[in-house]
Ligand binder design. Structure first.
Ligand code: HAM
Length: 423
């Protein structure tokens, strides 16, 4: 069988031209999150299957339909991570981070895997950037994580999005609300889609964010979880809204937003961008509070809250920002000398390119090399013609305005450095 050069369905290569955008986002994220006190964690891309089954929840679509699960050669059941929170909680406990003084604030990024039907904005291998804050109970830290996410989007240049908020209650009030839903919906079951019928027994809350219009029609008069919060959850919810607004963010209350993972308690939120480039996948990020997960994994009672953004989706919103230009390109009739000068410039910290002949080809002439420099959007071209070489000089050409300046080769790096700073 011939080897296919197509990547597997639902995956894609990140190519030169795109990888620069990824690098910009990653470096901005790192600065932004570290400034707010979040420290990086890197966990394995696969974990024991049980971790996700228990953590994310058996009734979720992720666990019941979308996991890449396999047995290794020792017959262990392993799963490619469909999300980052469960792995973070496991690592938090395994490393004894719960013994550090709270809050413990972590960030992560990397590929995640879900066997979903690929479409615009939805892949089988996608990338998340996320944060998790462990050990703080009150709504203040919920607000910190929401503000950090909000300001990150703004720093990226993404302006047109909503912050949707909801509260899902906790162990004290959710069971009664679940029963109320069953009571109200039992007689309407025959009008609902197969997924909703299935969720009725297993997880009735998830019925509420079904995308099928005829189901939504049936849920119109169904009271929301917010109307059935216990006193503690109600106090948390009220304060949360007050504090989010005090930070200059106007949230959109969405009582139908339930989220696709079972670990949430109280706060749930989603960042939604209504942008055609995302197709139907308007949720660019989401998260919430998960106060019981650490305990479920065998740790001490530890409240926690966090979010994850889909990096692929964020980049779809940024795809029309211009690619960064190349600072310098060396053009010369003497390829060896060109390489020497490029090396000097690189050692001085200036990103520099030069031409190399292709397979079985002679070195390109001057004008072809200039075309090459143009193609790579060089800000400056360093010209080493016969004249310059004979005198130990170089000509710096500003590719924007066409102006030229002759300098000695020994001064080249410092003069070019100053010119680049002026740009
Ligand atoms: P999630 O909502 O499942 O939450 O995923 C977060 C984000 O990942 C989504 O908003 C979306 O942008 C992106 N995403 C999810 N699936 C795909 C896909 N198939 N293709 C492209 N992008 C996708 C979580 O994963 C939680 N762990 C977030 C969290 C952290 N909650 C608390 N802490």
């Amino acid at each position: 069988m011939e080897i296919s050069t197509q990547p597997p369905r639902g995956t894609s290569d990140i190519l030169p031209g795109q990888s620069e955008h990824w690098q910009r986002l990653e470096s901005l994220a790192k600065d932004h999150l570290q400034r707010a006190g979040y420290k990086e964690i890197r966990t394995p891309t696969f974990e024991h299957t049980e971790l996700f089954k228990r953590g994310v929840g058996e009734t979720t679509d992720i666990v019941s339909k979308e996991m890449y699960t396999f047995s290794d050669k020792s017959d262990r059941s392993l799963t490619l991570r469909p999300e980052g929170t469960a792995g973070c909680v496991r690592a938090f406990l395994n490393a004894g981070l719960h013994r550090q003084s709270p809050p413990v604030k972590l960030w992560y990024q990397g590929p995640m895997y879900r066997y979903e039907r690929p479409q615009t904005g939805r892949q089988r291998q996608f990338h998340q950037l996320g944060i998790e804050a462990f050990g703080s109970q009150g709504p203040l830290i919920d607000v910190e994580v929401i503000v950090v996410a909000h300001d990150f989007l703004k720093a990226l240049g993404i302006e047109d999005f909503e912050v949707q908020l909801n509260s899902l209650g906790d162990q004290a009030c959710r069971p009664a609300y679940r029963e109320l839903l069953r009571e109200k919906l039992r007689s309407r079951l025959d009008k609902l889609c197969a997924d909703c019928k299935d969720r009725f027994e297993r997880n009735p809350l998830r019925m509420l964010d079904c995308k099928v219009p005829t189901c939504q029609e049936q849920y119109k008069d169904i009271p929301s979880a917010i109307e059935h919060l216990c006193d503690d959850c109600q106090t948390h919810w009220q304060k949360l809204i007050e504090l989010v607004e005090a930070q200059g963010i106007k949230p959109v209350i969405n009582p139908r937003m339930v989220r696709g993972l079972d670990y949430y308690t109280r706060t749930a939120f989603e960042f939604v961008a209504k942008d055609k480039r995302l197709g139907t996948q308007s949720s660019i990020g989401g998260g919430g509070r998960y106060d019981k997960l650490v305990e479920m994994f065998g740790g001490p009672a530890t409240p926690a809250v966090g979010w994850a953004f889909g990096v692929d989706r964020l980049l779809m919103l940024l795809s029309d920002t211009t690619a960064s230009t190349l600072p310098a390109f060396v053009v010369s009739s003497n390829a060896e000398k060109a390489l020497g000068i490029a090396t000097d410039l690189r050692r001085a910290g200036i990103t520099t390119e030069l031409d190399f002949p292709g397979q079985g080809q002679l070195p390109r002439n001057f004008s072809k090399q200039m075309q090459q420099a143009n193609k790579q959007q060089a800000a400056f071209v360093v010209i080493l013609g016969d004249d310059e070489l004979a005198k130990g000089e170089a000509t710096i050409k500003d590719m924007k305005d066409g102006s030229q300046k002759v300098v000695s080769q020994s001064e080249l790096a410092s003069v070019l450095g100053i010119e680049l700073q002026r740009k």
